[in-house]
Design a protein around this ligand. Structure first.
Ligand SMILES: [Zn+2]
Length: 857
C-alpha cells in the first residue's frame, strides 16, 4: 500500500523515499499540526493500535508529569512511523522500536521512527517522556485532561486523529490523598505511604480525543440504577446542594441510557459510566467514553434555578450520554464531520428529555432553543456551513459554534420529516451496526439513508449542509373585495448565490378565534399557498406558522402592526413565540424600532403564560435595552421597565419564573431606586417571598452593584469576597475583582494581564472579566480594549480551547454599540490581508450586532 507524496515539501535527507523490497514507500514530511494528508497516509497504514500509558502525577503542580508509553500496532507496510507529540525533543528521554533503541527525531511536533526499525505487521514502540501541561488543566488540588480535538499529543505521544482508534490501558501514580477516574474501570491499586498506583482496565477502540482522566481531591457520590453503578466525582462543598441534585443526576443518566438502548437497539457500548463535575470546566460537558466531564454549575443547580435551567441540565445529560453511541461508538473520520456527532447528540437529547417534562410545550422549546441562536450566526457575514472543509486538525477548534450545535438539529428534523421517524431510526441502527467501534462520514450515512426514500437527499444536503446562510422568505397577500384572492411565498438568497432551500412550511393565517394552517412545499422560487382563495382577510400571515421552517421570514405591514399591537391576544403559545422571534428579526433588519420591541415586551410580559416565551422575551429585553436603545431612550424607559420586572418578580406563580424576572431585573437595573433595592436584597435587608438565594446569586448581585458603581462599591466587593465559602468560587471571584473595579487603571491592568497566556488559563473566568470591563456602563473607557483584543485573537486560538476564540470576541464586543467601536472592528478586518479565514468569521459573527446597533446610533 502506497501513500501519496506531496510535491511541494522538501524532505530532509533521512526522510527521503525509502526503497523497501521492490517498492518505494514515500511518506509526507510532517508539518505543524495534523494535516489531512498525514492523517490519510497513516490511517491507510496503521491498525490495531493499543496504548499502555503510565503517568506519574506529582503533588505540586509546578513539578512535571512524567510518563512511559508502550504502543502496539500493526503496519500494513514498512514505512517511517510518525507519532504526534507536540512538545520539544527534550521532553523525550528514550524511544525503542521492537526492542532496539532509536535516535530521537522530532519534527514539527511529531516523533519519527525510521522504517528500518519497523516491520510489516506487529510492532512495539516504547517511549519515555515528560508530558506537556497544556491539555492537563492542572490546579493545586486536581487536574483533568481535555484532549478534544487534537490535544492528546500535547500530553503523550499518539496518533492524534479520529480515524486511528486505539485501546487505552492507563496507569496513574497519584498522591495518596487523591482519587482518579478514567474511561475504563479501576482494576488494581497499590498504595504506599504517600502514593497510590491505580491501574484501569483496557478500553475498547477509541479515538484519542475521547481519552480522559481526572485526578485530585474529589468527593465521590455512588448510586445504583437498574443494576448499573454510577460514580459522580465533584468538589462542591455545599452538602445541601449536592443532596438536592444528586438523585436526579443519576436518574437522568440512567433514563438516557435506557432510551438510547431502545432507540438504537444496541446496549450501552462501554464498561461503565461515571461523571466528573469540574468547577469552571471549559464546556458544558465532554463525552469521554465511560467518563463524562461536566461544568459543575450546569448539573448542581441552585434552588433558584429556572425551568429552563432544569431543562437545559436534562438536555446536557442526554446530549453527553447520546454521544456514547453517536461519536464514541461510531466516530467521524475527520473533524469536518464533527457536526454529525453533535447533531445526533442534540437530536437524541430532545427526544429523550421531552417525556420527562410533560408540562412543557416541546415544539416551542425546540424552536426557542435552536432558532434564535442559529439565526444569530446565520444572518451574519461570518456564518459558516454546517459541514466545513478542514485541512489541518490544528484548526479544528474553529469549526465549533451555533451552526453545528443549533442549526444542524433543525436540519436533522427536516431529514426526519423527509424520511419518516421510523425510517430514520432504522437507518441509524444500520449505521451503528456497520460502523461500530469504527468511523464514518456524512456522505456514507446519506448514501445509506438515500436508499430508504424517494427524495434526493444528496441535493438537499448540498444546500442545507454544505452551504452557509438561510433563505429570505417573503409573503404577498392579494385581496379582492375584502377577501383573500392569493397568498404567494417567494424565497431568495441574500448572498446572491441563487440557492434554493427546499423545505416544508406551514403557513398560518391568523383570525380572532385561531389560525388556519396550510402546508406548503417550498420547492420553487415562488409558491402559491393552496386553498386560501375567498377566505376573509386575516389579522396576520405567518409563513412559519408551526415554527419548523428555517429562514428570514419577512413580515408584511399588516402582520407586523398586528403583532406589535395584539401579540398577547394570540391564543397559541407556539405562535406567539414564533411571532416574537420573527419580529426580532424584523427589528434587526431595521423594520421595527427597538423601542417598539421594548414597549411590546412591557405590555405582553404580564399577560404571557408560557414560561419559555417569558424567558426569551426577557433575554431580548436585555439585548434591546443595552445594545439598541440610545442613551436617551434608555434613560427615559428605565423606570417603567424596572417596574414591569419587579411586578413580574412579585406576581410570578413559580420560583423559576420569579428567578427569571429577578435576574433580568438585576442585569438591567439602572435607576437609583432600583439599585438601592438590589443592594438591600444583597444585604439581606429585603427578602423576596418564594425566592431563596444561594452563594452564586449573591455573587452575581455584588457584581452588578459594582458595575453600577453603587456607593461603597469596593466595600461591597470586599465583603462579598469574605462571604464566599467555596474555594473554587472564591478563587474565581478574586480573579475577576480587578475587572469590577471602579478604578479605570485597575481595569486596564486586568486587561493588560490577559496578554500573558498563564493568565488566560481559566477561560470562563477570563470571559467573565472581559464582559465586566466591556460592560455597557463602562463603554466609553472600554473602547480602547477592542483593537488589542482582536490583535490577540490568533494567539488566543493557538493557546486556548476550542470555544475560546468565539467566547473571547463575544465577551469583548458584546458590550459595545458605538460607531467608533464598529469602525475599529471594520478597520482591523480591512487591514488583515492574510488573516485566517475562520478567525475572520469568528470576528464577523461576534461583531454583527455591534454593526447593526452602531448603524442606528
Ligand atoms: Zn456534544
Amino acid at each position: 500500500m502506497i501513500v501519496a507524496a506531496v510535491a511541494v515539501c522538501v524532505p530532509a535527507a533521512w526522510w527521503l523515499a525509502q526503497r523497501i523490497g521492490s517498492r518505494i514507500v514515500t511518506v509526507t514530511q510532517p508539518t505543524e499540526g495534523i494535516s489531512r494528508t498525514l492523517a490519510a497516509e497513516r490511517a491507510a497504514n496503521i491498525r490495531s493500535v493499543r496504548y499502555a500509558l503510565a503517568l506519574n502525577i506529582p503533588l505540586e503542580k509546578k513539578d512535571p508529569v512524567r510518563g512511559t508509553l508502550v504502543i502496539r500496532l500493526v503496519l500494513n507496510d514498512r514505512a517511517p512511523l510518525i507519532i504526534d507529540f507536540a512538545q520539544p525533543a527534550e521532553n523525550v528521554s528514550s524511544i525503542e522500536a521492537n526492542g532496539q533503541s532509536v535516535a530521537i527525531r522530532s519534527n514539527h511536533g511529531h516523533l519519527v521512527v525510521p522504517a528500518e526499525s519497523l516491520t510489516r505487521g506487529e510492532n512495539v514502540v516504547e517511549i519515555a517522556f515528560t508530558a506537556g501541561d497544556d491539555a492537563l488543566n492542572r490546579h493545586d488540588e486536581f487536574l483533568y485532561s481535555l484532549f478534544v480535538p487534537a490535544r492528546a499529543s500535547q500530553t503523550f505521544p499518539c496518533f492524534d486523529q479520529p480515524d486511528i482508534k486505539g485501546s487505552l490501558s492507563l496507569t496513574l501514580d497519584i498522591p495518596a490523598a487523591w482519587v482518579a477516574v478514567s474511561n475504563a474501570p479501576e482494576i488494581d491499586r497499590e498504595t504506599s505511604d504517600a502514593r497510590t498506583r491505580l491501574r484501569f482496565g483496557e478500553t475498547p477502540a477509541l479515538p484519542t480525543y475521547l481519552f480522559g482522566f481526572a485526578a485530585g481531591i474529589f468527593s465521590i457520590e455512588r448510586a445504583e440504577r437498574s443494576g448499573r453503578t454510577f460514580h459522580m466525582y465533584h468538589r462542591e462543598t455545599d452538602a445541601g446542594k449536592v443532596a438536592a441534585n444528586r438523585d436526579i443526576i443519576f436518574d437522568q443518566h440512567q433514563q438516557a441510557i435506557e432510551w438510547l438502548e431502545t432507540y438504537t437497539d444496541r446496549k450501552y457500548p462501554f464498561q461503565k459510566l461515571d461523571f466528573v463535575l469540574l468547577p469552571a470546566f471549559q464546556f458544558g460537558g465532554m463525552e469521554h467514553a465511560g467518563a463524562i466531564f461536566y461544568n459543575a454549575p450546569r448539573l448542581l443547580l441552585e434552588k433558584t434555578a429556572t425551568q429552563n435551567e432544569h431543562l437545559t441540565r436534562a438536555n446536557l445529560i442526554a446530549h453527553e450520554t447520546s454521544h456514547m453511541w453517536f461519536g464514541d461508538l461510531v466516530t467521524m473520520k475527520w473533524f469536518d464531520d464533527v457536526w454529525l456527532k453533535e447533531v445526533f447528540a442534540n437530536f437524541m437529547a430532545a427526544k429523550i428529555v421531552n417525556p420527562a417534562f410533560p408540562d412543557i410545550n416541546h415544539e416551542l422549546r425546540f424552536f426557542l432553543q435552536h432558532y434564535p441562536s442559529a439565526y444569530d450566526v446565520d444572518r451574519t457575514a461570518g456564518t459558516n456551513p454546517i459541514r466545513q472543509p478542514l485541512e489541518n486538525l490544528k484548526d479544528a477548534g474553529s469549526l465549533y459554534g451555533p451552526i453545528i450545535y443549533l442549526k444542524a438539529p433543525i436540519v436533522m428534523r427536516q431529514l426526519e420529516q423527509m424520511l419518516g421517524a421510523d425510517e430514520l431510526r432504522d437507518g441509524l441502527r444500520e449505521y451503528l451496526r456497520r460502523f461500530a467501534f469504527a468511523n464514518a462520514t456524512w456522505p456514507e450515512l446519506i448514501e445509506m439513508l438515500d436508499r430508504r426514500t424517494g427524495e434526493d437527499l444528496a441535493a438537499w444536503s448540498r444546500t442545507w449542509v454544505e452551504e452557509p446562510g438561510r433563505p429570505t422568505i417573503a409573503v404577498k397577500l392579494e385581496a379582492n373585495a375584502g377577501k383573500v384572492s392569493r397568498v404567494v411565498l417567494t424565497q431568495s438568497d441574500a448572498r446572491g448565490r441563487s440557492l434554493q432551500w427546499t423545505q416544508q412550511l406551514h403557513v398560518a393565517l391568523g383570525y380572532e378565534h385561531g389560525a388556519r394552517i396550510t402546508a406548503v412545499s417550498m420547492d420553487a422560487p415562488s409558491v402559491e399557498v393552496p386553498r386560501v382563495a375567498d377566505l376573509p382577510l386575516p389579522n396576520y400571515i405567518l409563513a412559519n406558522g408551526d415554527g419548523l421552517g428555517y429562514g428570514l421570514f419577512m413580515l408584511d405591514d399588516r402582520s407586523r402592526q398586528f403583532f406589535l399591537n395584539h401579540l398577547d391576544e394570540i391564543g397559541d403559545g407556539l405562535t406567539r413565540g414564533v411571532a416574537w422571534v420573527t419580529l426580532w428579526d424584523d427589528m434587526l433588519e431595521g423594520r421595527t424600532e427597538p423601542r417598539q420591541m421594548l414597549e411590546l415586551a412591557r405590555r405582553t410580559l404580564p399577560q404571557e403564560r408560557e414560561e419559555l416565551n417569558i424567558e426569551r422575551i426577557l433575554a431580548d429585553v436585555h439585548a434591546v435595552f443595552w445594545r439598541y436603545l440610545s442613551d436617551a431612550e434608555r434613560a427615559s424607559t428605565a423606570a417603567a421597565l424596572e417596574q414591569t420586572l419587579r411586578s413580574g418578580i412579585t406576581q410570578a406563580p413559580t420560583t423559576s419564573l420569579k428567578s427569571a424576572y429577578f435576574s433580568a431585573f438585576r442585569r438591567t437595573v439602572t435607576t437609583p431606586d432600583g439599585v438601592a433595592y438590589l443592594e438591600r436584597v444583597w444585604r439581606g435587608q429585603e427578602t423576596i417571598e418564594g425566592l431563596t438565594f444561594a452563594e452564586n446569586d449573591f455573587i452575581e448581585m455584588a457584581q452588578e452593584l459594582a458595575l453600577r458603581t453603587a456607593p461603597g462599591t469596593e466595600a461591597i466587593l470586599a465583603e462579598q469576597h469574605t462571604r464566599i465559602t467555596n474555594p473554587d468560587r472564591k478563587a474565581r471571584f478574586a480573579f475577576v475583582l480587578p475587572a469590577l473595579s471602579t478604578d479605570a487603571q485597575t481595569r486596564d491592568a486586568f486587561f493588560a494581564s490577559l496578554a500573558r497566556a498563564e493568565h488566560r488559563a481559566q477561560e470562563r473566568w477570563v470571559a467573565d472579566g472581559l464582559r465586566f470591563v466591556n460592560h455597557p456602563l463602562r463603554r466609553p473607557h472600554a473602547e480602547r480594549y477592542v483593537r488589542p483584543s482582536l490583535e490577540m485573537l490568533r494567539e488566543i486560538q493557538r493557546t486556548g480551547d476550542i470555544f475560546f476564540p468565539l467566547d473571547w470576541t463575544a465577551a469583548v464586543l458584546g458590550g459595545h454599540n458605538s460607531p467608533a467601536a464598529a469602525q475599529t472592528v471594520s478597520a482591523f478586518l480591512a487591514a488583515q490581508k492574510d488573516y485566517p479565514p475562520r478567525l475572520r468569521q469568528v470576528i464577523e459573527q461576534s461583531a454583527d450586532q455591534l454593526f447593526r446597533a452602531a448603524s442606528r446610533n
